[in-house]
Design a protein around this ligand. Structure first.
Ligand SMILES: [Zn+2]
Length: 155
């Protein structure tokens, strides 16, 4: 078995649970949306697309913490119903092979490199970005809307 040089880091379950509670409490910044496309609503917790008709919660997530030049909070989806956190963390998530941009960050949260996966080999781009010793982690984002999708760290 090939050992993967990276680990996929899905959204922590406690953040997903907190978002579900906030949505139930009708928090103004937590919207419940019904998916109307099979590839438009990627859940950041199970790293699968919500199926048309499934409900998702749309809320702002701070992927890069405040207090840095590249600080960033932006919209993400999670399934409204509890789902299983993505666990095949040594494998790139199959649903999200296409349409992702990859941003490499340093330990001080500076963006130091970025690439778009044009073909079907996101692993090669991730591994290349991680070969830079300055890279602390890589964030996968939507290439069209820019939304944070998941984080990748060295294994
Ligand atoms: Zn999910």
């Amino acid at each position: 078995m090939k050992t993967s040089p990276f680990r996929v880091v899905p959204l922590p379950t406690e953040i997903a649970d907190r978002a579900r509670r906030a949505a139930q409490a009708c928090a103004a910044d937590h919207a419940v949306v019904t998916a109307d496309s099979p590839i438009g609503y990627p859940c950041r917790h199970c790293l699968r697309f919500a199926k048309p008709g499934e409900r998702v919660i749309l809320f702002p997530y701070e992927s890069i913490p405040a207090g840095h030049p590249y600080s960033e909070t932006g919209p993400i989806f999670i399934h409204a119903e509890p789902c299983e956190r993505y666990s095949a963390t040594h494998e790139y998530p199959e649903d999200l092979r296409r349409g992702r941009a990859f941003r490499a960050y340093s330990t001080s949260y500076d963006m130091i490199d970025a690439e778009v996966a044009n073909g079907n080999e996101p692993e090669a781009i991730v591994e290349k970005l991680l070969r830079n010793p300055e890279t602390a982690f890589v964030d996968a984002r939507s290439v069209t809307r820019g939304c944070y999708t998941f984080r990748i760290q060295r294994a």
